[in-house]
Structures are given as C-alpha cells and as structure tokens.
Design a protein around this ligand. Structure first.
Ligand SMILES: [Zn+2]
Length: 276
C-alpha cells in the first residue's frame, strides 16, 4: 500500500551520521561561481559544468536512497552543526533531520533504508538510529548548544614544554578567540570567550606528533584553538604546551551536551519513573 500525501506534505526523518573520510561535505557543495544554476553552469570554468565542487555529500548519500523510497527529489538537510569537509565525524555520529518535501510515498521501512545507505557507502559514511521525526526537532537541533570532543593529530615545532602537558590534562581552561581569518567573511569580528579541556595527549607516529583529545565549548574554532593563529586565540594549545603546534588532522569523537556530557539516546524509550 502506498500513501498519497498532500501537495504541501513534508516528512522529517532523523538519525545520526558518521563520516569516515576527509573529502565529504555535509551538504551539497554547490559551485560558488555558478551556484549550480542549470543554465549558468554550462559555461562555468570553475566546475566545468558540473555545478558542484564535490561528487557527493552526506546529504546526497542519504537523500538519494530516501528520496527514491519516498518518491521525491526535494529535500533539506538540517544538521546539529557541521564539521569541515576534511574533518571526520566519528563516535556516535552527528544528529541530523532530513526534510523530504512532497513525498508521494510514505509507508517506507526506515531500518531497511538505513541498511541500504550503509551498504552503499561502506567506509565513507554510515547512519545510525534512523527514525520518524517532526518539524519542531529542526529548530531544537539548530539551537541546542553542543560541546564537542575531538581527536586532533598535532605536530609541534619542538619538544612539548616539560610538565606542561601533564599539568593540562582534565583542566577546563577559558580562552579568548578572535574570529578566525578563514570565516571572517561570514562572521562578525568579535572576541569570544570559550572553554577547552584537554583530556589526553598521546605520542603518535611521526616525529613530534601527538594525538590530543580535547573537549571544547559550543562555537569554539578548534583548529585555531590549537595553533593560536598568530595570537588571535589566547591562550591556545600552542601557548599551553609552550611550543608552536599545527593541527594536521581532526576527528570529531562526540557531539556532547552544553556542559560536555554525552547526549541521551533519542530512540531509547523513557523508563518507568523518568518523569515528563
Ligand atoms: Zn560552476
């Protein structure tokens, strides 16, 4: 049986995604020159007529399968924040809602579709906990403040300050961060006060390389918190470790609540006595 939805119908599907590669944007990466416009892109030299700068995105990998099942190509992807294209999203994944617009079918098996998406994208991207959601969740995902936990592969110019690393572990440190240069065109020039907390430093392969596990408050620019970007973040991890450091690779290990605790599992039914 198929269900016909109203012309203004929308369905909201929620889940978490993990991104296992460093070449996948969260949403469709339209060409900045032609914006993917049907006619203009034909003469566009930047994207050579493709309209996009990457082959696919988390949004497309999810929406191609869900869109085929729901029989609609129109969708919007709402993530609880986003990571840079070259940052992996690991751990339990990042919450998202896919809004499907004017679906012609709505009786679908979400568990089977999740398995299909995971089968097609093995090693690149995977979903967990796909379930029916509702419009109100989009605003909640967008407005909720999430601390994050990262693993950063950090390369130092020299030896880490003696005792500096050990003294850092487990301490919540307040930093002041000026808007980074790379986002200055779309963010107000402000000094933001944020907290960071280093939870582990381990030697990694390669000279003067360490894996630093770090939790950061919502809205922290973590790459700049590591390098200091010429003093625009104070103190930076480079300041605290007493040696200039660069971030070679970055993984998000967890999307946490505002205080830095793990998020509850949205699908878990409330137990007796949980209260409402
Ligand atoms: Zn173009």
């Amino acid at each position: 049986m198929t269900t016909t939805s109203r012309p203004d119908g929308k369905v909201f599907i929620e889940g978490r995604y993990r991104k296992l590669t460093r070449d996948l944007p969260q949403t469709v990466f339209f060409c900045p020159d032609c914006k993917g416009h049907q006619r203009r892109r034909k003469k566009c030299s930047r994207c050579e007529g493709f309209g996009k700068l990457t082959r696919d995105s988390v949004q497309e990998l999810v929406a191609w399968v869900l869109g085929a099942a729901f029989k609609t190509r129109k969708n919007k992807f709402h993530g609880a924040g986003r990571e840079d294209i070259d940052v992996r999203m690991l751990g339990r994944g990042r919450p998202f809602v896919l809004e499907l617009i004017n679906p012609r079918v709505t009786d679908v098996d979400l568990a089977a579709l999740e398995a299909e998406i995971n089968r097609r994208n093995e090693g690149r991207m995977e979903l967990e906990g796909l379930h029916w959601s509702e419009k109100g969740r989009v605003r909640i995902l967008k407005e909720t403040r999430h601390a994050k936990e990262y693993a950063a592969l950090v390369e130092a110019e020299g030896e880490l300050g003696e005792g500096a690393a050990a003294a850092l572990i487990g301490k919540r440190i307040t930093i002041e961060q000026l808007t980074p240069r790379r986002v200055a065109h779309r963010r107000a020039e402000l000094v933001r006060e944020r907290w960071i907390e280093v939870t582990g430093i381990e030697e990694a392969e390669g000279e003067r390389r360490h894996v630093v596990r770090i939790r950061t408050e919502h809205g922290t620019y973590v790459k700049e918190a590591i390098t200091g970007e010429g003093g625009s973040t104070r103190p930076s991890l480079s300041d605290l470790l007493e040696v200039p450091c660069v971030c070679v690779e970055l993984d998000v290990l967890g999307i946490l609540d505002e205080e830095g605790e793990p998020l509850p599992d949205r699908r878990a039914p409330a137990g007796f006595g949980d209260g409402v």
